[in-house]
Ligand binder design. Structure first.
Ligand code: ZN
Length: 397
């Protein structure tokens, strides 16, 4: 075979990395955690494709390209790889580049967690609504810990729509929606009863059936909860039966109900469910932000920080419990190369070093908060937050 034919063959075999379309589930995380590359090396790479940070999709593509060029350069220099392993990893870097390029500018996507093992024809890219530090790892398995650090930042919603004999259950998480199970129970057909007694009997049976259906649905929801541990529950469907359905819910789940929708169970599309859920999510997130802000006010300056400079100091001291940040803020900060303090000043306020590295203030604050296990909330269009410099934190001590 000529070199050219070989190259064409390789191109044909190069399978694209799939952009994960669904909800990041505990089953998916388990699959990634337990993955072992049998023949080659597994590549995990975290790429920032935040159009908001970089200005537009094209600039985000360039940022991703630069990250992956650097990964490529370092893989070429890695010592403990066989020739075929290195070759395979370089193909995986190319595949990662292709998916990052295609995804930049996607709605609600600030970064990608990419897991690739070309030797095993494996490739998955998970879109994330949070910024990440560019990082990469090569090993027998995948490095999932940076992804796991992000998972608790977003809350998971379950949407259960039910009428008297049908139910549809959806899970919403990090901007993605997935229809999981549906519960269909046969209700006996409506037939004419000649006498009042049979009519009553029919009504009794009918009620019995739909209560049975509600029981099945409530049970399916509880099983789903045990797997997915969703934070909030939205119920919807035929408005007049919802209160009865709610009675069947496990008391623990009843407390998680945040909304009741009057919607047609069968004809509503997943996109409509997604849009409605996003409205509820904004409401819940807004309430979280307001609650954190109230705590900031109650605790006062000793236990909180207001404005980027105070927040950066608290982050550097690992004191931040919850960070509130305006995602629209455009601000460049400096990062000290020796003690890693981020500041708006020209020199590091901790060690006096000059020559600070330029960083994006929002991305830096958010990733530092994630690294130190803080809660992070984007508080959009808040006059309260704008008044203190678009950033504030509730501190642990
Ligand atoms: Zn310093």
């Amino acid at each position: 075979m000529t070199a050219r034919a070989q190259a064409t063959g390789t191109e044909q075999m190069t399978r694209a990395i799939e952009l994960y379309p669904g909800v990041v589930s505990s089953a998916l995380m388990e699959q990634l955690r337990s993955y072992r590359s049998e023949h080659g090396r597994a590549l995990s790479v975290y790429v920032d494709i935040d159009s908001q940070r970089w200005g537009n999709a094209e600039a985000a593509r360039i940022a991703a390209k630069n990250t992956l060029l650097e990964v490529r350069r370092q893989i070429e220099q890695l010592a403990d790889l066989t020739g075929p392993q290195r070759q395979q990893l370089l193909i995986d870097v190319e595949r990662a580049h292709a998916v990052a390029e295609a995804t930049a500018g996607r709605r609600r996507t600030r970064s990608l967690a990419i897991f690739a093992d070309y030797s095993n024809r494996y490739g998955l890219a998970i879109p994330l609504p949070w910024p990440v530090r560019p990082r990469w790892f090569v090993g027998n398995g995948f490095a999932t810990w940076p992804l796991e650090q992000l998972l608790h930042l977003s809350e998971k919603y379950c949407i259960c729509l039910t009428d008297k004999d049908d139910a549809r259950i959806f899970v919403f998480y990090m901007g993605a929606i997935e229809e999981r199970t549906d519960v269909t129970d046969e209700i006996p057909g409506r037939i004419r009863y000649p006498d009042p007694f049979s009519e009553l009997e029919y009504m009794r049976k009918h009620v019995e059936y739909f209560h049975k259906h509600f029981d099945h649905t409530a049970q399916a929801l509880f099983e789903l909860y045990q797997q997915e541990k969703f934070d909030h529950l939205i119920i919807g469907g035929l408005h007049e039966v919802l209160p009865q359905f709610e009675q069947h819910l496990h008391s623990y789940l009843r407390d998680k109900v945040i909304a009741r929708w009057d919607v047609p169970v069968q004809s509503i599309t997943p996109t409509e469910v997604l849009e409605r859920t996003e409205v509820e999510e904004r409401r819940i997130e807004e309430a979280h932000c307001e609650r954190i802000w109230r705590q900031i006010e109650e605790r006062g300056p000793g236990r909180s920080a207001r404005g980027p400079e105070e927040v950066f100091r608290a982050l550097w001291q690992h004191r931040v419990h919850a960070l509130l940040v305006d995602p629209e803020l455009k601000l460049t900060a400096g990062k000290c190369p020796s003690c890693l303090r981020t500041t708006l000043a020209d020199r590091c306020p901790e060690c006096g070093a000059g020559q600070l590295q330029e960083v994006d203030a929002v991305t830096e604050a958010v990733t530092l908060a994630i690294d130190t296990g803080s809660t992070v909330k984007y508080w959009e269009r808040s006059a309260t937050l704008a008044a203190v410099g678009h950033m504030a934190s509730l501190n642990r001590f």
